[in-house]
Design a protein around this ligand. Structure first.
Ligand code: PLP
Length: 370
């Protein structure tokens, strides 16, 4: 007789829905018998520039050492990040993507009887990481699609150990300013660790968004998480990092896998970090693409949520899922976000000019046909 393995899982896990990633290009190519090269994927907030040539060269060099385990302490990458971010190396935690950092925090600080506070329409990994360790997710209603930091503060109780905030947030692209962050951090009780998720911070040009690192010295309960997956263009390699007080970094170091960041990722991340030209180009392409999409939406009479990320949530004025499916038939992959409580929206990653044009054309056709 076989057991009910779902029923045997811990109660938090039983209630989880698996993370739904953007549809891979090859999958759509197989389903519709299309040439993968003809497909435009604007579904996972990836960098449309392709990787930095410097990162590719570093990978080729590091590949010769594939028989060896990576440096489990990530000496070089931590040193480079510490220098760039103005912190000590013992304040840096490396992760297999910044997703790993979020999970390390949950594993170290959350458990049954404890809770994590985060916003409605926030990144889907917050509930997964929280419930996977049996803790309670306290979801605070959003305000104008963004974080309501006052309401989040009010939701913090004696059993709160983690507050996840994202600036800018995914999938809404919404953001908060330095004064709001300062007020929030000043009031969060010390027993709650604030995870400031800055996965898209490099795209926030114009200096309007606060730099979370400036708050580290005064707030030992703050952890800033960042990633090489977005503006640094290395999503496939899975490398991200947390910056915090040495005490928090020490705790996370106790629960992480010994070799959680592979050697190709470490080498590529060091090279990408030093490639200023690539970062300038990534930002410029994103700024231009954001304007292009906004103009396209304007012409189509659609509204959208202003975004500081490399993506934009557009209100298609009807259920988003059939529009998403229509776009797939046109060879364009975007992201439906009904699972984020946004059934009439699609989230579109900013692509190259040609990709954005393809998407806007396909969207025009799909909206006209239904
Ligand atoms: C807000 C936010 N945080 C974290 C991540 C995790 O990214 P990664 O694990 O690739 O660093 C993402 C990815 O989409 C994100 O949108």
């Amino acid at each position: 007789m076989s057991s009910d393995f779902l029923a045997l899982a811990q109660p938090g896990v039983q209630k989880l829905s698996p993370y739904v990633p953007g549809k891979p290009v090859d999958e759509l190519a197989r389903e519709l018998n299309l040439d993968p090269a003809s497909i435009v994927k604007l579904a996972s907030n990836e960098n449309p520039l392709g990787p930095s040539p410097k990162a590719l060269a570093a990978i080729a060099q590091a590949a010769a050492e594939l028989t060896r385990y990576p440096d489990g302490n990530g000496f070089e990458l931590k040193a480079a990040l510490a220098e760039r971010c103005g912190v000590k190396a013992n304040q840096v935690t490396l992760g297999n993507g910044s997703n790993d950092i979020l999970e390390l925090v949950a594993r170290a600080y959350l458990a049954p009887g404890l809770n994590a506070v985060f916003s409605e329409h926030a990144f889907a990994v917050y509930p997964i990481a929280t419930q996977a360790v049996g803790a309670q997710a306290k979801v605070v209603p959003a305000k104008a699609w963004g974080h309501d930091l006052d309401a989040m503060l009010a939701a913090v109780d004696d059993n709160t150990r983690v507050v996840f905030i994202a600036n800018p947030n995914n999938p809404t692209g919404t953001w908060f300013y330095a004064d709001a962050l300062a007020r929030f951090l000043a009031k969060v009780p010390d027993h709650a660790l604030v995870v400031l998720d800055e996965a898209y911070i490099e795209y926030a040009t114009g200096g309007e968004l606060p730099d979370g690192l400036k708050f580290l010295a005064d707030h030992p309960n703050l952890l800033v998480s960042r990633t090489f997956s977005k503006a640094y263009g290395l999503a496939a390699l899975r490398v991200g990092y947390g910056l915090s007080s040495p005490a928090i970094a020490d705790v996370l170091n106790r629960v992480r896998q010994p070799f959680n960041v592979n050697s190709l990722a470490q080498a590529a991340a060091c090279a990408a970090l030093a490639d200023t030209e690539y970062m300038v180009a990534s930002r410029a392409l994103n700024d231009a693409g954001m304007q292009q999409l906004e103009q396209g939406f304007r012409e189509l009479g659609l509204s959208w949520i202003d975004s500081k990320g490399n993506f934009i949530a557009v209100d298609v004025g009807r259920e988003g899922l059939p529009v998403y499916q229509g776009l797939l038939r046109e060879g364009v992959i975007v992201r439906p976000v009904a699972n984020y409580g946004m059934p009439n929206f699609l989230r579109v990653t900013i692509g190259t000019e040609a990709e954005n044009t393809r998407f806007l054309k396909a969207l025009t056709k799909v909206l006209a046909s239904g």
